[in-house]
Design a protein around this ligand. Structure first.
Ligand code: MLT
Length: 395
């Protein structure tokens, strides 16, 4: 038996597992420490009433022979795909229901989609970057090229015609920086991908946080994207489904290579390796897209954005450079006094009992930066901000 030796090239532990372990160790050594978590992007507000009502209804259905559901369609129930079609149509994007695949979240699909691509492909990722894009490709042994995202380009790198890649990862609003691409910038990426027969793997997990109507929330708002892009989205941050698990992936019929449709390949992959999202969860997910559900989830998103403003206002007051937090739950700040990001992580944990995410965990350009999330509650966010102020003013 031979193992996949590519695993020897990935870091020993996934970024957020490393952080969770460090925090758990600190908590064990300091059982009285009241730790506030602004690290992993996990939500704290409960599911909205429209979702809860739908979940209850679905549970009841599962308890009666006439309405019980066993295996469902691997690619998702029609009722949820119709709701998603409607959600896209509101933004002028016409999708066929069979272009939408319901999943258990964007993270799994972002990794699983690689089944469709040869290991010979070259991958282009921004740096800093959500570590899943990098780690999953290292596990497969693909060559990875990095493009610099930094303060000079607003953490929004654009295509370099001299660089040739087959798979391009874009995330907008961006994790970890919170930066958002404009239509014109995404158009440059779509043109580059079509010219180079490349595929854009577009992570739209944070689209619901975009408040400015002039900014794109889907790659399919861009002309030409149907022949070069796959979009991943998730209800985790949109509707508090981090623990409930539901997302969706859009693979357009027009996307093909060597005369083979990627939609057909993905359907084949999903029907073989995935048994679908539970009926109960899909019922809850569909309720997110009802009028009432949309009103309710946007109240929660507004609440998180208020937390982001609390953090942003404090950083402004302290004169700390930062970006994000406006159309995103993430605030990306510069560590004080040129401090390395893991050092700042340790300092904040020990002196302030506040957890954030070290920028270096997202790539070399993340060194010297730090990410805070707005997903805790307002009271904890205010408390954390006071503690951060105290730590910074003691330096
Ligand atoms: C993050 O903190 O970057 C996210 O929670 C990770 C994820 O969604 O998997």
């Amino acid at each position: 038996m031979n193992i996949n030796h590519n695993f020897q090239n990935v870091a020993d532990s996934y970024l957020f597992s490393t952080i969770a372990k460090k925090v758990a160790e600190y908590q064990q050594e300091n059982p009285k420490a009241d730790i506030i978590r602004l690290g992993i992007g996990d939500v704290t507000m409960p599911l909205v009433p429209a979702v809860i009502e739908a979940l209850h209804g679905a549970v009841d259905e599962m308890g009666k022979k006439e309405t019980f559901h066993g295996y469902g369609p691997e690619q998702g129930y029609g009722f949820l795909k119709e709701a998603l079609k409607g959600y896209y149509a509101q933004r002028g994007i016409e999708l066929d229901g069979d272009e939408i695949f319901v999943s258990d979240g964007a993270k799994s699909d972002v990794g699983n989609i690689l089944n469709l691509f040869s290991q010979d492909n070259t991958v282009l990722v921004p740096d800093p970057v959500y570590p899943v894009y990098v780690d999953t490709n290292i596990m497969d042994g693909r060559k990875i090229l990095y493009m610099n995202a930094n303060a000079d380009n607003g953490f929004l790198p654009l295509p370099d015609p001299a660089v040739k890649a087959d798979l391009i990862y874009l995330c907008s609003p961006n994790n970890p920086t919170g930066a958002v691409y404009s239509h014109a910038q995404l158009k440059q990426w779509v043109d580059y991908a079509n010219e180079n027969h490349a595929v854009i793997l577009f992570d739209a997990a944070y689209e619901a946080f975009v408040g400015d109507k002039s900014l794109p929330r889907s790659i399919f708002e861009i002309d030409g994207a149907r022949t070069c892009a796959i979009e991943f989205c998730s209800l985790s941050k949109t509707a508090g489904f981090t623990g409930t698990r539901c997302g969706y992936t859009v693979v357009p019929f027009d996307l093909e290579s060597d005369g083979v449709k990627l939609n057909k390949m993905w359907l084949r992959r999903q029907t073989t390796k995935f048994n679908g999202v539970p009926y109960i969860v899909q019922k809850g997910a569909a309720a997110v897209f009802s009028d009432e559900g949309q009103k309710q989830i946007h109240q929660v998103i507004g609440y998180y954005k208020q937390n982001a403003k609390v953090i942003a206002d404090a950083l402004k007051e302290l004169g700390v450079w930062f970006t994000g937090g406006e159309h995103s739950p993430y605030i990306w700040l510069q560590c004080p006094n040129g401090m390395a990001s893991w050092d700042f992580f340790d300092l904040l944990l020990k002196e302030g009992n506040v957890v954030g995410t070290p920028g270096a965990g997202f790539g070399k350009n993340g060194e010297g930066f730090f990410r805070l999330t707005a997903f805790n509650d307002l009271e904890n966010t205010r408390k954390a901000v006071e503690r951060i102020k105290k730590v910074l003013s003691s330096l």
